[in-house]
Design a protein. Structure first.
Length: 108
C-alpha cells in the first residue's frame, strides 16, 4: 500500500512526477509512480489496483494533460475515474470535467 498514487501525462509530466515522488520520499511519504511503458494485459489491472490501494491520488496537471481525456480508453482518464470511483479525491467532488475546447465528458 502506498500513501499516494501519482498520475501524470508522460509528455510534459514525467520529470515533474519523478521530482514530486523524490521530494515526498525524503519526507517519509511513499508514492506509487508508474514508470513502465507498456499498458497492456495484467499491467492494466495492477495499475488500477495501485490506485485503489493508495491512500491518496495526486494528478499532475501540465499543459495538455487533459486533452486526450475525451477518449474513453485514455489512461489519465481511466486513472482519474478509478480515483473518483474509489473515493480517493478528497479535495473536490468531481462528476464532470470541462476541457479547454469545451468538450464535456463524464467519469463513468
Amino acid at each position: 500500500m502506498s500513501d499516494a498514487f501519482i498520475s501524470y501525462r508522460r509528455e510534459g509530466g514525467y520529470l515533474m512526477a519523478q521530482l514530486l515522488r523524490s521530494s515526498l520520499k525524503d519526507k517519509g511519504i511513499y508514492c506509487y509512480l508508474d514508470l513502465e511503458e507498456d499498458h497492456s494485459g495484467q499491467f492494466d489491472e495492477r495499475l488500477l489496483d495501485a490506485i485503489r490501494d493508495s491512500s491518496n491520488f495526486i494528478l499532475i496537471l501540465t499543459r495538455g494533460t487533459l486533452d486526450r481525456c475525451v477518449n474513453k480508453d485514455d489512461w489519465v482518464r481511466r486513472e482519474i475515474a478509478e480515483a473518483v470511483n474509489s473515493k480517493k479525491c478528497y479535495s473536490c467532488n468531481v462528476s464532470r470535467l470541462y476541457l479547454a475546447q469545451r468538450i464535456e465528458w463524464t467519469l463513468s
